[in-house]
Design a protein around this ligand. Sequence first.
Ligand SMILES: NC(=O)c1ccc[n+]([C@@H]2O[C@H](COP(=O)([O-])OP(=O)(O)OC[C@H]3O[C@@H](n4cnc5c(N)ncnc54)[C@H](O)[C@@H]3O)[C@@H](O)[C@H]2O)c1
Length: 474
Amino acid sequence: MLRNRERCFRLVLKATWFGALPMSIEEKQMEQAATQPKATDIAPAKGKLGVMMPGMGAVATTMIAGVEAVRRGMAKPVGSMAEMGTIRLGKRTEDHSPLIKDFVPLAKLDDLVFTGWDIFGGNLFDAAKTASVLDRDQLEEMRPFLEGIEPMPAAFDQRYVKRLDPKKIKTGKNKCDLANQIRNDIAEFKSKTDRQVMIWTGSTEIFLKEKAVHQTLAAFEKGLVEDDEDIAPSMLYAWACLKEGVPFINGAPNLTCDIPALRELSKQAGAPIAGKDFKTGQTFMKTVLAPALKVRYLGLNGWYSTNILGNRDGEVLDDPDNFKTKEESKLGVLEYILQPDKHPDLYGDIFHKVRINYYPPRGDNKEGWDNIDIFGWMGYPMQLKVDFLCRDSILAAPLALDLCLFMDLAARTPSLKHLGIQEWLSFYFKAPDAAPGIHPEHDLFIQSMKLKNTLRHVMGEDLITHLGLEYYSE
Ligand SMILES: NC(=O)c1ccc[n+]([C@@H]2O[C@H](COP(=O)([O-])OP(=O)(O)OC[C@H]3O[C@@H](n4cnc5c(N)ncnc54)[C@H](O)[C@@H]3O)[C@@H](O)[C@H]2O)c1
């Protein structure tokens, strides 16, 4: 409270300095109090949070099984900022860094309930076995729980995911009919839960560009009735979800809700959106290393990234049209971080290549290699090599969990709910959605600062600027 009053006083001084109409301190305090979010504005996380997942493959089953393992005390939520992270409040001298989950009102893991859709029959125990991410013994312990979740038939069209043969899908007279069937599924789930979020953990679809049908909600809804081929299945889920006033997260690189029509719907419905493409392995490392080179003004000639991956995602991405969607998502990162237009001598002529090779023997255990050709003082060349032997879904699961928890928070927070894109969650994405005309932030550490400052902001706490001069004045 004292900190807020100090800040208020500083604002008044600033307004006067720049020649704004002088206001009394009381008036300014009243204005400030009216606009500064307060912790009490946020609706409490009461009751069950329903998590809906279109696409119940490796990421979805690993996340759900992991949440259940944590609930049973069999595992810790490693990799989850929402569950394990801390946040500093106030000055460093105050030594006050509570757990994030104790600072902001997040849903409890015990209150999560799961459902979803997929094109394959069977239950989540079968799906988790197929995904082969988790140990059989561990899965056996959770067998009854996982067998109790059975994906609903999907809205699917093989033209958008060519390598998969569907077994259990919805049929309807057009895309509008299919989307309305999804709305019915959501309405049914709403009757069993108190709040809901949807997270697309389905396959990567073929590359789509923004077209006329995506420009307005009216054009999009007309396109649904007319079966417009630029409306992909993931867009049907997103539209249905937002129409139901439920937040939507896009874990794949698909265009999905990154179009004006669905941004409009998101704001209108007060249902936040965030995407796209979980930032897990190679891009996670890239957004750590590239900012490091940039802050030291070391030059870059080339960055060659290649992966081997043997899971179903790898199989889907083996098709060139589907890979193109992933490639676009992975390629943007360096351009945004290094800003070649501002630093032509250092980054004006970079060769950047990204490959993903489907290699079944490795399953979900991806190996990503990076060869980075850099140069330093007087142009002398150097090299960096990264060999990341990671587990794709083990890295993705905590990100998916955090996104569900934070998007549910956004939907309960008046100052975030109607913003549409939740750019503060760009930390979790390879190709973060951002407002038109604003380039997304890719640097992992700026993204993490942005996320934590947003939490401080919505809770009415002072932001941390890392200035720190006050420690050195008397
Ligand atoms: N695993 C990672 O580290 C990671 C990282 C970044 C992004 N992703 C993305 O997350 C998504 C999921 O990855 P995964 O490894 O779980 O893949 P997966 O192939 O194991 O699971 C995806 C599931 O989606 C289903 N599906 C496809 N189209 C559907 C539709 N229209 N409706 C309902 N279900 C549908 C498939 O049948 C499949 O079971 C992919 O798009 C992937 O590119 C994954």
